[in-house]
Ligand binder design. Sequence first.
Ligand code: FHN
Length: 479
Amino acid sequence: MKRTLQITVLISLLTMSSFAQKRSQVLPADQEIFLKYGADRLGKRHDAAMQRFRDNRLGAFIHWGLYAIPGGEWKGKVYDGAAEWLKSWAQVPTDEWLKLMDQWNPKRFNPKAWAKMARKMGVKYVKITTKHHEGFCLWPSKYSKYTVAQTPYKKDILGELVKAYNEEGIDVHFYFSVMDWSHPDYRSDIKSKEDEATFARFLEFTDNQLKELATRYPTVKDFWFDGTWDASIKKNGWWTAHVERMLKEMLPGVTINSRLRADDYGKRHFDSNGHLMGDYESGYERRLPDPVKDLKVTRWDWEACMTIPENQWGYHKDWSLSYVKTPLEVLERIIHAVSMGGNMVVNFGPQADGDFRPEEKELAESIGKWMKENGECVYGCDYAGWDKQPWGYYTRQGENVYMVVFNSPYSKHLVVKTPKGIQIVKGTLLNGKEVAVKETSRNEYNVNMPAKDPGAPFVIKLQIEENTNATDKYRDALT
Ligand code: FHN
């Protein structure tokens, strides 16, 4: 009897861990296992705050910390890895690294100018690294000795930025790394009772910092957690569920990324039953999701983030070490994300003096120019559900479907295939000028290119009529 019980327990443990390995595969309801710390909710959030997150669509990331001072170079050697990881690449002892605080005095830092630059770029929200892995805090945290308050600059950078961005109508999201290289109680794994006690102190410290952030800056709209992949966090899934609840109680409406979360079995992002934890999936870093494998079309909200060079988030002095995306390539990724029902966040790594490098300023300006004329196909738009065509991407808002054309065909005709029951009423450029639309066969149209090739990605707005009950005479006649 005892043996049978042992075998049964073993089988169910094995089954559970195999569930835990299958990413985002939702189990049939009757096969779901009980989870104390799994997803809080099934499906998307539909409240106004979440809708605002979704409608914003375009954001900027700011990675700013001590790593901006060496900019990828330590003791004469330039490292080509991500600049914000230099402490690790160059194996700099923590004390030595934190001495960089004596040099933190960004003389050219002008929060109002940063906020203007973001508004002109057309971003609706900015994600700021309150604390990256190095542990240096951009706010004067009373729980740490490693903050802006202990530097020659002294002032609360985060507070200045929140104010300036909010004044420009831009939402602020907080990036927060749980992994903290400056804290003696941080553990990457829990291997003993002692680790357990030490790490419990660390979690309490983290709770205090999070409560402090939520209290000092109540207009924050989102917490984006990072550095949560270590075994210590996976073994404390309860804590990630607690943080999500705690912040949501303190700041009603706040959104939280999936990267924070681990469940009872250490399964991250998606719980052991395959349900998304947090409010939106945030695993798409420097890549876009596969619309079929990853998204199952649009079952959950998501946000992708990207660097301009291949993999530099913080300031690196030498961008020639990897490929640097052109504004056009960045724009295409933004549109591609929106066309699949997601948000895109473009990263900036300001210099130690508080200014942005010229390449970043130029990129922001160029994206902003395009967004000013064409933002209608981005903000508030979603996945259209139409078959993708080689000329570009569709986005949709209500009865308007936007064609965002990146590749102009020689034929001067843009082929559009509509789902059954959808007819195109009219096509216009965003300046209101009409373009000819011809039905070529059932649910297939040729939309004319504008007479003069715009020479840059352009948008055609299709006004549609949906009649899903319409009998399809053509097909009905054939069958
Ligand atoms: O290690 C970090 C990295 O430095 C950067 O902050 C990115 C942003 O998504 N997140 C981590 C890597 O996943």
